[in-house]
Design a protein around this ligand. Structure first.
Ligand SMILES: Nc1nc2c(ncn2[C@@H]2O[C@H](COP(=O)(O)OP(=O)(O)OP(=O)(O)O)[C@@H](O)[C@H]2O)c(=O)[nH]1
Length: 456
């Protein structure tokens, strides 16, 4: 879609694309956005799609009747919210970036205002599609800068989020969900979905592997693509983050999952599972895990409440286990040469029976959606930062342009509310981007679909 969008840079719809019709999908999309963004009402839509405010303010989106683009006198009418209300909303939710591209661009090239002894850590977040990478990134940043939806492949390309606290800068590299080139080809997905996670790894000081523990079929194994990524960059320290713990009814299951996902080894030490009852009675045989706690590291501050409630895992003194996974050249993912395909096949075969990674240095369990234990993870990440130059000015929150954020927010909502494959083929075309009377941004975007049937 990204490539197509770049190609399609003008008003006239290209062959195969339809400008959405009055009262058709447009209205449906209008309603979808309206619901999604809790505008509270939907009104007939003619050719204009949506007006929205950046980021958190997007909930103020109105679907409104067409007006002539750039007609500022119409803006007052279509805004539909009072100046006082807007000012209040702006105060509560300052935007993550300036809505003005030039201003954001200037900030991005601005000399970082680093202190005397700056520290930095670049964290690549990788994982299967829908694991919650963007949700976690947003939580860490404390703002919604990355798109989230319940459908897979919401994130289409890598983007950076920046957290600056005191002398430390964390750069969060949010990536598309890892998928195999075969799958990408089958579903005609953009190359960025294959390329970007690998690119992010190249720039990372630490890799955060996110696993959705609520997903029954994949909760106990890392995907072959994740394993491939890890084995390609074994020198980069990695941590395992088990997400969506809130959805897990039986928290004790976490204990088994940790063992499988780590092959029973964390930070070079064998995990020794010990029940709480064993601690008290010195006998596990007759006492299955009942009330269990975890203690994955000596650093107790890293424990999440889930871990504490779930199980106790004690590190034994065993030595590091060797990993049989052979590294492959990531370039083969991009070039698609015959040699690369053979290498890829070989690695896939090697990884086929492998489920976990025995080189994680820490484990976290959290629920990104409600922020549970995310602060603990953030503190840990800040502590991992090493002396190094900041990359961004402390006022930068993301490397994305305002337009990219807006496109993402709307795409996230389309994915959330339009059925099946429809949102994957919608092209977004921004027609208007203007400041409203109270400093809010009014954005009009046309949504273009590929099939006649999607118009109705
Ligand atoms: N219950 C629950 N849902 C979560 C949690 N974290 C994320 N989600 C939901 O999972 C879905 C996917 O989240 P995303 O952040 O878009 O996942 P992603 O890994 O970025 O997805 P891709 O763009 O496909 O790579 C959304 O509906 C989130 O609200 C969590 O901790 N608990």
């Amino acid at each position: 879609m990204g490539r197509a969008r770049r190609r399609h840079s003008h008003n006239a719809p290209r062959r195969g694309l339809q400008l959405l019709r009055p009262g058709g999908v447009m209205a449906a999309v209008g309603r979808a956005l309206s619901w999604a963004l809790r505008a509270g009402r939907s009104v007939p839509v003619r050719t204009v799609s949506a007006a929205c405010f950046l980021e958190d303010r997007v909930q103020k989106v109105n679907i409104f009747p067409a007006c002539s683009y750039g007609n500022s006198s119409a803006l007052d009418t279509i805004l539909g919210i009072s100046r006082e209300k807007t000012e209040c909303a702006l105060g509560q939710h300052p935007p993550p970036v300036s809505y003005c591209k030039v201003e954001q661009d200037n900030l991005l090239v601005h000399q970082p205002d680093e202190p005397e002894n700056p520290k930095v850590l670049r964290v690549a977040i990788i994982g299967a599609p829908n694991a919650g990478k963007s949700t976690l990134s947003n939580r860490l940043l404390g703002r919604k800068v990355f798109p989230v939806s319940k459908k897979v492949h919401t994130t289409r390309y890598k983007a950076r989020g920046v957290i600056t606290e005191e002398d430390t800068q964390l750069i969060i590299l949010d990536t598309p969900g890892l998928i195999s080139p075969k799958k990408a080809k089958r579903h005609n997905l953009e190359k960025s979905l294959i390329r970007d996670p690998w690119d992010s790894m190249k720039h990372a000081d630490l890799v955060l592997v996110l696993v959705d523990v609520s997903e029954r079929w994949t909760q106990n194994r890392l995907s072959p693509q994740v394993l491939q990524c890890l084995s390609q960059f074994p020198q980069i320290p990695s941590i395992l983050v088990m997400n969506k713990v809130d959805l897990l009814k039986r928290k004790a299951l976490l204990l088994d999952l940790v063992t499988e996902l780590t092959e029973g080894v964390v930070n070079g030490k064998k995990l020794k599972v010990k029940s709480t009852s064993e601690r008290h009675s010195n006998s596990t045989r007759n006492n299955p895990l009942q009330s269990i706690q975890t203690c994955l590291s000596e650093n107790t501050s890293k424990k999440s409440s889930y871990l504490q409630d779930a199980c106790e895992v004690q590190r034994g003194s065993g030595s590091d286990t060797s990993c049989n996974v052979r590294a492959s050249n990531s370039d083969h993912m991009l070039e698609g040469t015959e040699k690369a395909q053979i290498a890829n096949h070989q690695v896939s075969r090697d990884l086929k029976n492998k489920k976990g990674w025995p080189h994680f240095q820490e484990i976290f369990m959290l629920a990104a959606v409600n922020g549970e234990a995310v602060e603990t993870l953030k503190k840990y990440l800040l502590m991992q930062a090493k002396p190094g130059r900041w990359e961004y000015h402390s006022r930068v929150l993301t490397s994305q342009s305002p337009q990219e954020i807006c496109d993402n927010v709307i795409r996230g909502k389309l994915l959330e509310y339009l059925p099946q494959e429809v949102p994957y083929t919608v092209l977004q075309k921004t027609e208007m981007w203007e400041e409203g009377p109270s400093g809010e941004v009014i954005i009009l975007q046309n949504l273009l679909v590929q099939k006649e049937t999607h118009v109705v």
